[in-house]
Design a protein around this ligand. Structure first.
Ligand code: SF4
Length: 367
C-alpha cells in the first residue's frame, strides 16, 4: 500500500531524531521489533521446560535480540528469516503460564486466570476488545493523515475517579471476545486500511499481554507496535513487551503516591511507574503523556515533569490540557472538590511554561 508521508510533523528535527526507529518502521525502512523476535531461534522445549528455564532462555535471547536490533539500525537494508520456534513463541509461552498465577501488573494478584479467577483488573484469561478503528486524535506523529490503528481492550487495574473511558475500563465484559488469531485479523485490517501503527490501549492493555503476543505470532505485516498504557506492569510483563514495542505512549499522571491512591486507588504508584518509564526509555522511542489536573501543579505536574527531564530527557512530552470532570467526579463532585472543574487558562499556561523551562520538547507533538 502506498503511504503518504505525514507532514509537516516529520519536518521537525527533534521529532525525527527522537522517534527515528518508529519513523523508519512506519516507512518500511526497518522491520518492526516483533518481526525481529521471530527471526531469533529458541533452543529449548517450550512445553517441558520449567518457568525458570524459560526465563533463562528469554534473557539469553533478549541479548541476541539487542545485538540484532543494533546491527539492523546501523545497516541500510534488512533481511528477516523467521524461525519455526522463536523468541516471540517463547514470550507467548511465558505470558500464558503467568496467567496461572497472574503477576502481569504490580497488583501481583497471583490468581489463576486460566481457571476463570479474576484479580483487581476483573479479567480472566479471555481478552475482550470494545472497538478498533483508525484514531485521528492521537499525537501528530501517531495519527497524521491515515490515523493510528487503535485497539481498545476492556478492563483496567486502576480506578481513576475521572476516567474518560470508564464504560470499558470498569466493565470488562463490555467487548467482543478475541483470541490471538482474531486479534491478528484486526491488526491486519488496520494495517491494510493504512494505519501508521497498531496502538494497544484500553482500559489497559497490560492484562492482555498473552493475547497480544499470540496476535503477533499470527501476524506478519510490517507496522510499528505502540504501547499506550498506565505503566503499572510488573517487571516480568515489562521484560515480555520491551522487545516487541517500537514506540511507547505512557501516561505519567501523579507526582506522589497519595494522589495516586486517592484518585486512582492504586498503591506504590510513583516508584513503579517511574521504573517502567525508564525501562521503556532504554528500549525504544517514547512520547510521554501528562494530563494536567486542576489544583495538582505542585504535587503532580511539577514533580512529574522534573522527573522526566532528569530521567528521560530525549523523550517527547505531551502536556495535556483536556481534562474535564467525568465518571465518579461528575457523579460525586463533593468528594473530589480539587478536580471537580475544568482547567483554567493560567493553570494550562503554568504547566506549559514549566515544561519549556525544563527544556522538554512538547509543542510539536500536541494536536
Ligand atoms: S493483570 Fe494485574 S490486576 Fe489483573 S489479575 Fe494480573 S496482577 Fe491482578
Amino acid at each position: 500500500m502506498f503511504r503518504f508521508e505525514p507532514l509537516p510533523i516529520w519536518r521537525n528535527k527533534d521529532v525525527r531524531e527522537r522517534l527515528s526507529w518508529y519513523h523508519a518502521v512506519m516507512r518500511n525502512k526497518k522491520p518492526a521489533k516483533y518481526l525481529v523476535c521471530k527471526s531469533i531461534a529458541c533452543d529449548i522445549d517450550l512445553k517441558n521446560s520449567s518457568m525458570e528455564e524459560l526465563w533463562v532462555e528469554h534473557n539469553r535471547l533478549a541479548n541476541i535480540f539487542k545485538k540484532e536490533c543494533g546491527s539492523i539500525k546501523s545497516s541500510d537494508s534488512y533481511d528477516i528469516e523467521y524461525r519455526d520456534k522463536n523468541f516471540l513463541d517463547l514470550k507467548g509461552e511465558i505470558a500464558n503460564r503467568i496467567l496461572y498465577k497472574c503477576n502481569l501488573c504490580e497488583w501481583n494478584c497471583n490468581v489463576n486466570r486460566s481457571e476463570g479467577k479474576v484479580g483487581v483488573c476483573r479479567l480472566d484469561k479471555i481478552t475482550r476488545v470494545a472497538s478498533w478503528f483508525r484514531h485521528f486524535g492521537e499525537e501528530a506523529p501517531l495519527s497524521n493523515i491515515h490515523g493510528s490503528g487503535t485497539i481498545f481492550f476492556t478492563g483496567c487495574m486502576f480506578r481513576c475517579a475521572f476516567c474518560q473511558n470508564w464504560s470499558i475500563s470498569q466493565y470488562p465484559l463490555a467487548g467482543e471476545e478475541v483470541n490471538g488469531r482474531k486479534l491478528a485479523l484486526i491488526m491486519k485490517e488496520l494495517h491494510d486500511e493504512g494505519a501508521h501503527n497498531i496502538n494497544f490501549v484500553g482500559g489497559e492493555p497490560t492484562p492482555n499481554i498473552h493475547t497480544i503476543i499470540d496476535g503477533m505470532r499470527n501476524l506478519d505485516v510490517n507496522i510499528p507496535m505502540l504501547w499506550n498504557s498506565d505503566m503499572y506492569a510488573s517487571i516480568d510483563a515489562m521484560n515480555l513487551i520491551k522487545d516487541i514495542m517500537d514506540i511507547w505512549l505512557p501516561d505519567f499522571k501523579y507526582g506522589n503516591d497519595n494522589c495516586a491512591r486517592r484518585l486512582s486507588n492504586v498503591p506504590n504508584y510513583f516508584a513503579v511507574v517511574a521504573r517502567n518509564h525508564k525501562i521503556a526509555y532504554e528500549n525504544g522511542d517514547m512520547i510521554i503523556r501528562h494530563l494536567v489536573l486542576p489544583n495538582h501543579f505542585e504535587c503532580c505536574t511539577k514533580p512529574v515533569l522534573e522527573w522526566i527531564s532528569q530521567n528521560c530527557p530525549r523523550a517527547l512530552v505531551n502536556v495535556m490540557d483536556q481534562y474535564y470532570p467525568d465518571y465518579r467526579v461528575a457523579q460525586h463532585p463533593e468528594k473530589y472538590p480539587d478536580i471537580a472543574r475544568r482547567l483554567m487558562g493560567k493553570e494550562i499556561e503554568e504547566a506549559f511554561q514549566y515544561a519549556k523551562k525544563l527544556g522538554l520538547v512538547y509543542e510539536p507533538v500536541s494536536r
